[in-house]
Design a protein around this ligand. Structure first.
Ligand code: ADP
Length: 188
């Protein structure tokens, strides 16, 4: 199974990814996690990405696309879910090319639907627990703006090819997990 987890910052993609990974045994690829790890290790990519991330801007397409290209080629036949990629139309087109070259395709895009208000509340709470540097109110608002302008149009892209599944992202974590599970069961 090959999936894309889609939704605004703070939608709960990482949380739900843990459940999906456990139940379906697919690899979780989070571009945000890969980039944060690169920053921690002070790699070339990390040093480059840092300033974009701290402002809540997108890291340039070529950098994240290269990360995804490598991960997907390492995985071979194994299933995966992408979390935080693609985030621009350009990235979606590149992904399409990567998958076509590999002779594989995406089975479903799970779009977690959450209101702006809920997002700001959740991330502010997360900041207190995890202390992520990009979880301050100003940066969150910028990330939401970037999401609306550059990322949300991808829904139309995936709807057109018939793989988009909208899932209500509010309420209990376990309820959301069940809703996603309902979609995934139908794919098999
Ligand atoms: P969130 O979904 O809460 O914004 P992520 O961990 O997915 O958190 O992303 C954090 C930051 O990492 C983004 O604001 C952006 O700067 C960078 N990033 C992650 N994925 C991408 C991507 N596909 N394209 C560009 N930048 C990205």
């Amino acid at each position: 199974m090959r999936l894309i987890l889609f939704g605004p910052p703070g939608a709960g993609k990482g949380t739900q990814a843990d459940f999906i990974k456990e139940k379906y045994g697919v690899e979780h690829i989070s571009t945000g996690d890969v980039l944060r790890e690169a920053i921690k290790n002070e790699t070339e990519v990390g040093l480059y990405a840092k300033s974009f991330m701290e402002k809540g801007e997108l890291v340039p397409d070529e950098v994240v696309t290269e990360i995804i290209r490598q991960k997907i080629s390492e995985l071979g036949e194994q299933g995966f879910m992408l979390d935080g990629f693609p985030r621009t139309l350009e990235q979606a087109r590149s992904l399409d090319g990567i998958l076509t070259d590999a002779g594989i395709g995406i089975d479903a895009v799970i779009s977690l639907e959450v209101s702006d208000e809920e997002v700001v509340q959740r991330i502010t709470k997360r900041q207190k627990i995890e202390g992520r540097r990009d979880d301050t109110e100003d940066v969150i608002r910028n990330r939401l703006r970037v999401y609306k302008d550059q990322t949300s149009p991808l829904k139309g892209f995936y709807e057109e090819i018939g793989v988009l599944h909208a899932v209500a992202g509010g309420g209990l974590i376990s309820d959301i997990a069940e809703r996603i599970d309902g979609v995934l069961k139908q794919l098999k």
